[in-house]
Design a protein around this ligand. Structure first.
Ligand SMILES: Nc1nc2c(c(=O)[nH]1)N[C@H]1C(S)=C(S)[C@@H](COP(=O)(O)OP(=O)(O)OC[C@H]3O[C@@H](n4cnc5c(=O)[nH]c(N)nc54)[C@H](O)[C@@H]3O)O[C@H]1N2
Ligand SMILES: Nc1nc2c(c(=O)[nH]1)N[C@H]1C(S)=C(S)[C@@H](COP(=O)(O)OP(=O)(O)OC[C@H]3O[C@@H](n4cnc5c(=O)[nH]c(N)nc54)[C@H](O)[C@@H]3O)O[C@H]1N2
Ligand code: SF4
Ligand SMILES: [Mo]
Length: 721
């Protein structure tokens, strides 16, 4: 047997970017552990990283292009034939119906895919279609929207300084399971423990007593979708109690006085009535937060995927600015990545420049909300989508009213999916183009280094060589660009035609702010790809640093505390503010929220045997009080119904849930015909997105509002033992 060898690489399965230590024999992985020497994650790993090789080894993972035959079965074809087929069919449709007739959806792993990302801009240019959609609009779009309006760039998202803070309020995030989002940290739980070890406090505000609360000092239940009142009351108190103290930002703010007047009515008592957190707790927490020098308030999915997603994220930033916790050590700061995609200081309007054809939803950064994708396919007329390209996405399971999208995809004239699995979405494709696995590719985090709690730079070379002839994601993109670009009349740039991701990365590293070419002083010590290759555990570039007002990109280079659209949304809320009837549910209704599991990642890791085993995860978590009211026991099947459909799943009674709220995880629903997922298809649970409503949105961005949807519960017959 060959002697074991060791390979170090950064896990690209989620935002945490953990360093992995992989023992292998040149052909097979023997063991995966956390890399203790990694400059960022220092040995942290989760069960998904430890099983990353199961994705690589999965016999269901596709290795060759598949073309659907007339009878619906699949045939393997060669790569050249596959590219020509895709190019020919797409161009026929574009020729006949225009460029917008081809839609594009890209999913979450696209953003973790170094190769594809380097070509993504060129790809979109070559496609020349307005019908671009992505997982962004079922996720963090409100964060980006607010960053753009307040600080001038969508990626100016302030990151909690978890390593140095003494007071952290977490709203609508569960970092002990998700491992941190818009707070890439290489593992959050040890950092929560460290806050408390240094005498600090962690507060969690969530409709479920989550795994994260085990590492917190306090947990408060809050009604889903009502956080906006909690945050407005905090802001009200900051003004009333004179806790306004923006420090070095004081001379760079717009809109403070107008804001003060607008939040006058939002008293803690009023907020308490609406969100369920006792008024005295709101007052106490606000005081502690405002008066602790190193404090920060942070919110994530639970605050962005709800009807007040933009308002909530705006309020989080506003609170951090006004109390002096923005751009300060221990508060929230901007990153300075080695490769920055923020290339210009010029302000560019990026939202609402045009609207979607059917529902008139606003464009965001050149994309439409994915909640509008099905209707754009199903509604006839000029500009209708007739063909789709998907890259690393499974929107049938991951976007609201997934059943409708399932039907919409089935009706397309042509669909091509660049994906490693034949799953609920790609089964609708006419052609699947599978790139190599996570262990066969180069990796550099082009996006998540912008969102990390420390500045670092790491590059991972492939562990295994990709099979002969199998193109990488970027080569697939390039082959399609060559075939699609001529019809738009735009020629791809020379760099992209002749170069490759490594070359492009090296150039960006060299000319970036830590690069060898950034100044003559850095000629010997500065960054280059070569230098990163010589540092397999990464290079530490230090903690986050204050950078304001320097990096502001708003037209007047000031922080906009009250952007116009948010002022209007707030006034709208104020006008409805006294109408408590809006808050009341009908008899028998409960509010729905989601959840994530440690051994799962959205919809696509349920086929790894080591991650799929264990007790059933796709359950309806319900408070015993609510279960009692409808006479349901643990294990009993419950039908959950919304405007768009019904699903059935077993109840799990737990006082973790706030009364009146139930939780169902997303990403399940694998028992569908025509997929090739032997392990996942054994998992019984339904897809929660079969009942989430594509009409529930954050109106400012069109981001899906998964949280707080009312659903009706109905017990099914007690199963006979
Ligand atoms: N293990 C695992 N890790 C993951 C993923 C995964 O699927 N599995 N997915 C990755 C991805 S793509 C992302 S975007 C991140 C997400 O990272 P997080 O946002 O940290 O993860 P979630 O579990 O979605 O946390 C949302 C929390 O909000 C709560 N919540 C729901 N509605 C509301 C509300 O209205 N108000 C408040 N205050 N709270 C609410 C939920 O109970 C839940 O605890 O995780 C990433 N990491
Ligand atoms: N109800 C509800 N719905 C949600 C959420 C929720 O909290 N609740 N969370 C939302 C969030 S935060 C997100 S990010 C989205 C995710 O939404 P999606 O990105 O649409 O869904 P994923 O399950 O991540 O699917 C990823 C796809 O990428 C493929 N893939 C994996 N690696 C690669 C690769 O290297 N190359 C290529 N070409 N393909 C690859 C997988 O096979 C799979 O088909 O789901 C959203 N949906
Ligand atoms: S937390 Fe995320 S990055 Fe870290 S090992 Fe797990 S899946 Fe990989
Ligand atoms: Mo996400």
């Amino acid at each position: 047997m060959p002697a074991p060898q060791v390979h170090f690489r950064v896990c690209n399965l989620c935002e945490a970017m953990c360093g992995l230590r992989i023992e292998h024999d040149g052909q097979r992985v023997l063991k995966v552990t956390g890399d203790e020497k990694d400059v960022f994650s220092k040995g942290f790993i989760c069960p998904k990283g430890a099983r990353i090789h199961e994705i690589h080894e999965d016999p269901d993972r596709l290795r060759h292009p598949l073309r659907k035959k007339a009878d619906g079965s699949w045939e393997e074809i060669g790569w050249k034939e596959a590219f020509n087929f895709a190019g020919q069919r797409l161009n026929e449709i574009r020729d006949k119906h225009g460029l917008d007739a081809v839609g594009l959806y890209y999913g979450n792993p696209t953003v973790h895919n170094f190769g594809f990302l380097t070509y993504a801009g060129e790809f979109r240019r070559a496609l020349g279609s307005r019908n671009v959609f992505s997982a962004t609009s079922v996720d963090q779009l409100p964060h980006q929207y607010v960053a753009h309006h307040m600080f001038g760039h969508t990626l100016h998202i302030p990151i909690p300084d978890i390593d140095r803070t003494d007071f952290l309020i977490i709203m609508g995030a569960n970092p002990s399971v998700s491992n941190g989002s818009l707070m890439s940290s290489g593992g959050v739980t040890p950092k929560l423990k460290a806050i408390r070890e240094r005498g600090g406090k962690v507060i969690v505000i969530d409709p479920r007593r989550t795994e994260t609360t085990k590492y917190a000092d306090e947990h408060h239940f809050i009604l889903p979708g009502r956080d906006v009142y909690f945050l407005l009351a905090m802001l009200h108190l900051v003004f009333e109690q004179n806790w306004v103290n923006p420090g070095h930002l004081a001379d760079h703010l717009n809109g403070m006085e107008e804001l003060r007047a607008l939040v006058r009515d939002f008293t803690p008592e009023m907020a308490s009535e609406r969100c369920g957190v006792p008024a005295e707790d709101i007052v106490r927490l606000t005081q502690q937060y405002a008066t602790t020098p190193k404090a920060v308030i942070y919110g994530r999915m639970g605050l962005s995927t709800q009807e007040h997603g933009s308002l909530c994220n705006w309020l989080l930033n506003t609170l951090n600015v006004l109390t002096g916790h923005l751009d300060r050590e221990g508060g929230a700061l901007f990153t300075t990545p080695a490769v920055s995609v923020i290339r210009t200081k010029k302000y560019r309007k990026k939202y609402g420049r045009w609207t979607s054809r059917v529902r008139g939803l606003p464009e965001a950064e050149g994309e439409f909300p994915v909640a509008a994708l099905a209707e754009e396919i199903l509604t006839p007329g000029e500009g209708q989508i007739r063909a789709m390209i998907t890259h690393a996405g499974n929107p049938v399971l991951s976007t609201p009213n997934g059943r409708q999208l399932d039907e919409a995809f089935a009706s397309l004239d042509f669909m091509v999916s660049i994906d490693i699995f034949l799953n609920e979405t790609t089964r609708h494709a006419d052609l699947i183009l599978p790139p190599p696995s996570q262990l066969e590719v180069d990796h550099y985090d082009l996006v998540f280094n912008h969102l990390a709690t420390r500045n670092i730079a790491r590059f991972s070379a492939p562990l295994f060589r990709a099979p002969e002839g199998q193109p990488y994601d970027w080569q697939i993109a390039k082959a399609l660009i060559e075939r699609l670009a001529p019809m738009t009349g735009k020629k791809p740039s020379r760099l992209y035609r002749l170069g490759n991701p490594r070359m492009i990365l090296n150039l960006a590293l060299l000319t970036g702010q830590y690069g060898r070419l950034s100044s003559w002083k850095k000629w010997f010590s500065g960054l280059s790809l070569g230098k990163l290759l010589r540092h397999p555990h990464g290079i530490d570039l230090g903690p986050l640093k204050p950078q304001l007002p320097g990096v502001l990109q708003t037209p007047d280079r000031r922080i906009q505390l009250l952007p116009e659209a948010l002022r209007e949304a707030l006034e709208d809320l104020r006008s409805k503010g006294n109408d408590l009837s809006l808050m009341h549910r009908e008899a028998g209704q409960v509010m729905l929220i989601g959840r994530r599991h440690l051994r799962s990642n959205n919809s696509w890791m349920h086929n790894a045997p080591g991650l799929a085993r264990g007790k059933e995860r796709c359950t309806l978590m319900i408070n015993p009080e609510d279960a009692g009211a409808i006479g349901v026991l643990t294990g009993q099947s419950v039908r959950v119904t919304s405007r768009v459909g019904s699903i059935e799943l077993p109840a799990e009674l737990t006082d973790e849930m706030m009364p009146g709220v139930v939780s169902i995880p997303h990403g399940f629903g694998h028992r569908r015909k025509g997929t090739q997922l032997q392990v996942a298809s054994r998992e019984a649970g339904p897809s929660v997105n079969d009942i989430t409503d594509e009409l529930r949105l954050d109106p400012l961005t069109g981001n899906a509002a998964f949280s707080g949807q009312f659903v009706q519960l109905e017990p099914m017959e007690v199963p006979t033992p």
